[in-house]
Design a protein around this ligand. Sequence first.
Ligand code: ADP
Length: 314
Amino acid sequence: MITLERLTKRFGGTTAVDGLDLTIGSGRVTGFLGPNGAGKSTTMRMILGLDRPSSGRALVAGKPYASLRRPLREVGALLDAKAVHPGRTGRHHLLAMARSNAIARRRVDEVLAAVGLTEVAGRRAGTYSLGMGQRLGIAGALLGDPGILIFDEPVNGLDPDGVRWIRGLMRDLAAEGRTVFVSSHLMSEMQLTADHLVVIGRGRLVADASLHEVIARGAPRDTTGRVTVRCPDPAQLAALRHRLAGRSVTVLDAGADRLTLAGVDPADVGDLAFAMGIRLHELSVGTVSLEDAYHRLTTDSTEFTAAPAAREGR
Ligand code: ADP
């Protein structure tokens, strides 16, 4: 478990993290979302004792990181895959980490195998691709067999197989009862990986809810379906949009030749287009994605504020 208590970080006049009150529970993958500059990395750095909070505190397994005697055994982290001495081999990098935390040498070979780096473990880390660097960082996080894992944008630089692999790994780690806290800007990836989401904006909590709940909150109340309309004539599409506006339809997205709508029956859109003599190239139904929900959540801050439990602490 990770606990944040009114965690705040100011850099000069910038408040990067602003009074976060939060518990990140075990046995599930918690996705950490927010636009660039929202304060995700700073929050993670404070959890790991790399940045000192201006006020408040962050606890891992009930203690400040700095007070952990063997930190790698409590919490494993991948923050910056390039934070490895380029002249050291992958194996030596892990051996040095293991030694400083009284971890057996054979564990190094286990984690190298677990991340698929056994064959290149004798090569200098400076020659690794970005994806291999990510895998080495993940091996380091797993080294102490910790109950808490923190990953900052772990799929960056991974190929599609690597992305699938890390998704499975995170889900397995959570299924074993561990706390998995992972930041990402890839909504589609988070939708497949996370059980729970923490969304922040400008350092403040925007949502702390299950994936399901965030999608439901981001979806219009009367439907979870979305309708995509494509029309080759922008003027006709604008006319259709204008007529639909009177019918309490939500426009999730609009382009020159495309509208994505919610809260409307596709048959009504088709009938209306037919009656107006509008030529359609597509009329399709999909489900509301986390990306849609996230967009509404972060742009419509009056409708979606922090959960009451989180606000009470302020
Ligand atoms: P995210 O990870 O969500 O993109 P960050 O935590 O990196 O956000 O940054 C949050 C805010 O804090 C940004 O405005 C960023 O410019 C600022 N910031 C982060 N680190 C520093 C630093 N070392 N010095 C000054 N400002 C910083």
